[in-house]
Each structure stands twice: as C-alpha cells, then as structure tokens.
Design a binder for this molecule. Sequence first.
Ligand code: SF4
Length: 414
Amino acid sequence: MAEEKKIQRKMIKATGEMNRIMADYFYELNEAAKTGEKKIAWCTSVGPAELLRAMGFLVYFPENHGAMLGATRMSTDFIPEANAIGYSPDICSYLTSDVGAYIKGITPLSKAYKGIESVPKPDVLVFNTNQCRDVQDWFAWYANEFRVPLLGIHTHRGVGDVGESHVQSIAKQMQAMVPSLEEISGNKFDLDELKRVVKLSRQCSDLWKEVLDTAANVPAPLTFYDGTIHMGPAVVLRGTQQAVDYYKLLLAEMQERIANNDAAVEGERFRIYWEGMPVWGRLSTHSKMFAALKTNVLASTYCNSWIFTDFDPEDPFTSMAKAYTELFIVRSDKAKEKYIKDMLAFFKVDGIIYHDAKTCPNNSNCRYGMPQRLEKETGVPSLIINGDLNDLRLLSDEQTKTNVEAFIEQLEER
Ligand code: SF4
C-alpha cells in the first residue's frame, strides 16, 4: 500500500511516561519474586485487584502477559505446546500462548526489561469468571504447577439488569476470600486501606473514561490502537497513585489536541467503532491500513472495559461487586445492544467492525444476529472480520484488507 506512507498517524507524547511506570511495575514484581519480601497475587484482568492490593499483594495479570505475547507475535510458536498437554487450539489463545510460553521458559518481559528472566511466581491466584470460564482453567493450571492456592469468584453470566441478588452474591464471595488472603499475605484486612485503594481505582477509571471520551470530538484526538496501548496502567496499576497521575497527563495531552484541532488520523473522513478483541499481532498493520483510508477506528467496547463507574470507596465490597458485574461482557445481548447504540451516538460513528475472534467467543458478539439487529435499528452499517486475538494462523491479512476497503467504499457511497 504505497499510499499508507503518506498518512500521518500522530504519536502520543505521554508514551515515554507510560513506559516508565510500566517498567517500574514489572521490576517491582521481579524484585518481590526474588526476595519474597512482598507477596504476589495473580489476578484476572477484571478480577478483584483492589482487594488484593489492599491486602498488601503486588498484583500481576496473566492476560496482560498474553497480550504481550500476541503483540510481539510470539504466540503462534507457543500455542502448540499447550495443545500438546491437552488444551485445545479452539480455546482462548491467551491461555494457550501463555501456558505454552511458560512451558518453553520464554517471556517477552525479558526482551522488554533487562534483567527479568521469567514471570513473577505467584503466592496465590485469584480469578473472576465474569469474563469467561477460560480464566478459571488457566489459573487452575498454574495453581497446580506452582502448588499455590487458587481462589475464585463465580459470576452470573448473560445478565440483563444487574439486581441486588447478583450484587450481594458477588460481594459475599469477595468477602469470603478475606480470611484466606489474610493467611497467605500475613496481613490483617483493613477496611480503611480497601477504601483508599478503591478511591484510587475509581479516580483512575474516571480519568481513563475521560481520555476515551475525547474521541467523541471531530476530529478524534486518539485511536482505538492508541487505546489498546495506553490502557496498560488502567489494567495493571488501577488502585495506585501512579495510574491516576498518568491519566491526568494523557488527558491533558488529548485536551490540548482538541484545542489545536489535531486529528489522530490526518484528514479523518470516517469514524469506526471496534467491537471485540484487538488482533494484537496486527495493531500497527491495522492502524496504518485505516489511516491510509483516512478512517479512524476511534472507540471500542474493549478499551471501555476498564471503566468502573460504580466504584464507591464508602461501600467497597458492594460497589466492587456491582462494577465487576455491570461489565459489558457479563451482560445479555439486549443490554449489550443498548450499550453499543449509546456508543454509536456518542462517538458519532459511521460504521461498526465486529472482530469474530475464533478463540474468544466471549468477546465476539457477531454470532447470534447482533450486527443485523443493530443495523436495522440504527442504520449504522457493519462489517465482520474473522481473526483472532493471538493466533495469527486464524486470520487472513489479504481478506481483512479487501473487506475493510470494500466497507469504506460502501461508506463513501452513502
Ligand atoms: S475473555 Fe476471551 S480473551 Fe479474555 S481470557 Fe476469556 S477467552 Fe481469553
């Protein structure tokens, strides 16, 4: 694509600061794993990270590692290792690439951070099935491997309106973990500390939402591809002051772009909503492909998944239970459709792209008629692209490019 070279994609100045705090985060985990001075909890990406931090754990997120394996295009080498021990090629390719990499003794952390040789060994693993069952199996494998306790929250799925009974059952499961976490960490539970952490997490969430919402501006100051990179602190550092400070910096940069009428994609003509997982190994390719078409993929369900507006420091357990159950991925199709409709209007979207990720049915919302129903209701056209989050054998770059170009042509004709 010769034209791609001419299109400017604006780089974010705050990236250097984000890289610095992410490096600090991984080095602190690495140090703790070596010295044993601080206990380490592994947590699912929308698991009860606030509770773990408040109990004094450093928190590591295997899904973040899975995304790194995808983005560095290492996954495809490791997935067969997990397949060989019985984990199907059809299940979550985060799971299979992460377990496969562990079996091979390789991690992208070593390349990114000098001196880090492996992922940090856990003292406990804590999952929440709010996103899928795969996380439970994934963590169970490591619990067995490291001979450490496995704790979990079992969340209702396909929830329409989140009611009191849903919230109370999740809040109780979180509270029931406290005695085990006290025993493993050696720290007594302190409600005031939990309130402090939840307050920081809420601030982080609010700022992250403000950053993402700046994309409602025409032209949008950021892209979905920027979001997938800059969501790192919202995932792994929520509940810390570093994440809050970082998003203040990023928000100021986005507001400055708006004031200067700076577009993330030069000459923005079309505005697209991305529904589903990113294709981690193709972030740059996709970003360039859309920029060449003067199209900004500017908003997504995925990046919005780390917005937890229900967090209330005065009522931490109930509000965490509510926030982690109100999530898009937990909800019924009806609730999801209402959410997407609101997003389309708010971000002034011209079209939706659904990523049908082969190994993640949980984040692929195009298999039961949703695109057709939404298109009928809103008039916003959609395209489905087949692919995967990490397993690059499951996508065709040529097919994706052809389909995207045809879709943009269709938007032009409208
Ligand atoms: S939601 Fe999808 S990508 Fe995430 S852990 Fe579950 S199966 Fe894997």
